[in-house]
Design a binder for this molecule. Structure first.
Ligand code: SAH
Length: 446
């Protein structure tokens, strides 16, 4: 039996997909290269922008003929298109979908395969399925256990571990709280057990995930992210720890101190700015000013001098004037961050912005602003990467890409190198950098 998994969206979704794949493999399914060859097809969806949502509809529509040809095919729609509520509208619109799963939850599919399709679950899996309420709100449900994924490209050198599900911040543009629910920190012991399991199955790096990861523990009153980092750090065999995404208001000195002091924690921070103009930031309900963000970057660089910093920016938020956009551009030019994930504003159902602000920046103008920032950031990244020429950097190799080894530096820069002489998967390779671009580095093993 074969499964095919299609994933769109953030690292949380990538992590959810890997987790589901590991569970399916524990049930005896194998990964198929094409949907045509699969008995189970999973679409793990994203709706953060209309373009992502449209891709999911396109994919769903393309599966219809497969289902018509093979009525035994199981189609599972998962993720933020489904959300946490009963998906009645989707059921009507896509009657050929067999199973709907909320974000981060493999149970509906596994239950269906076991009860309707005769899949054979282990004793462990059966008892877990029984102990978990079948369809109650995800908030109350214990987390389905982790079955690490082994098959895809051999080892999973860099693993993703969610530590905070959902989000309660409610930025005015953002649909995530409506689809992933309120913030829920996972228990320390469960996270540590998952990290240990992953390391035992070959992982050398974990990235701890949350929409506002630095808020870990604030909803439960339990230990916070600095304490969690120390505990994860103590796991033998683990080489690297990352955490994302941060929010400027929650990046405490204590967190930065812990990140700087723990050798396994990588010099890489993802902290979205979204806009460089105070009035726009206020209408986004981000909760900080441009000056506060500027000072935060200074603080990060003080604690972690060689930190690479990534940010997210939205251009064309409702009412954003040319002068306001220019503030964002000027701040990006001034701060010289390492990476900027750029997006054009897309109105999302249910959000405060959609209900209250007309989407009044024309799409050509959004595109112009997007391109302007893209060019600016490309120049900055190219300059920063060029400065690494000739240095030898340690790369955690994640696998092969078109016959070349691929991995990342501690600062999250992608590196490619040739070495047919040995298998570098999940190894730390010392790579002398011989070529650089804005997007990646190339080199040879020292
Ligand atoms: N909590 C995460 C959010 C993940 S969504 C974070 O703070 O990064 C990833 C990015 O998508 C956001 O940072 C934002 O830049 C962008 N985004 C979210 N909603 C959007 C919208 N309605 N239109 C355009 N971009 C959006």
């Amino acid at each position: 039996m074969f499964y095919y998994l299609w994933t769109e969206g953030c690292q949380m979704n990538v992590g959810d997909s890997r987790r589901l794949a590991g569970t399916l493999e524990a049930l005896g399914y194998q990964s198929a290269a094409r949907p045509e060859d699969a008995d189970v097809i999973v679409l793990n969806t994203c709706v953060v922008r209309q373009s992502a949502e449209d891709k999911a509809y396109g994919r769903l529509t393309s599966l219809r003929p497969l289902k018509e040809r093979n009525p035994n095919l199981v189609i599972n729609l998962m993720g933020c298109l489904v959300g946490l509520r009963e998906p009645n509208g989707l059921r009507k619109r896509f009657p050929y979908v067999d199973v709907f799963s909320p974000p981060s939850d493999p149970r509906p599919l596994i239950e269906y395969l076991v009860s309707e399709r005769g899949a054979r679950a282990s004793e462990e899996m059966l008892s877990l399925l029984q102990s978990v309420s079948p369809s109650g709100p995800a908030r109350a449900a214990p987390r389905f256990p982790l079955f690490p994924l082994r098959s895809e490209n051999g080892l999973q050198a860099a693993a993703l571990v969610p530590i905070v599900l959902g989000c309660s911040h409610a930025c005015t543009y953002c649909i995530i709280p409506y689809r992933r629910g309120g913030e829920r920190s996972l228990p320390v012991e469960q996270i540590l057990a998952e990290v240990r399991t992953l390391v035992q199955s070959g992982a050398r790096e974990v990235t701890l995930l949350g929409q506002i990861v630095d808020r870990y523990g604030k909803d439960t009153g339990g230990p916070g992210l600095p304490a969690l980092l120390r505990k994860v750090h103590a796991v033998d065999g683990l080489e690297r720890i990352r955490f994302l995404t941060s929010h400027p208001n929650w990046m405490s000195d204590e967190l930065l101190e812990a990140a700087a002091a723990l050798p396994k924690v990588c010099e890489h921070i993802e902290v979205p700015l979204q806009a460089g103009d105070d009035e726009v930031l206020a209408r986004m309900k981000r909760g900080y000013t441009a000056e506060e963000y500027r000072r935060l970057i200074g603080r990060i660089r003080m604690y972690i001098p060689n930190a690479s910093i990534a940010t997210d920016i939205i251009v064309g938020f409702p009412g954003e004037t040319e002068a306001q956009f220019q503030q964002t551009s000027d701040l990006l030019a001034e701060l010289r961050l390492d990476t900027a994930h750029l997006a054009r504003y897309s109105p999302r159902p249910d959000t405060f912005a959609t209900r209250n602000y007309p989407d009044d920046v024309p799409s050509e103008e959004k595109m112009r602003r997007f391109r302007a920032l893209e060019d600016l950031q490309e120049r900055i990244a190219a300059e920063k990467n060029a400065a690494l020429l000739g240095q030898t950097l340690t790369v955690l190799v994640e696998g092969q890409h078109k016959d070349r080894w691929y991995g990342r530096t501690r600062t999250n820069r992608p590196v490619f190198f040739d070495d047919p002489s040995r298998n570098w998967t999940a190894q730390l390779a010392p790579v002398e950098i011989t070529r650089t671009s804005a997007w990646s580095l190339q080199g040879s093993v020292k």
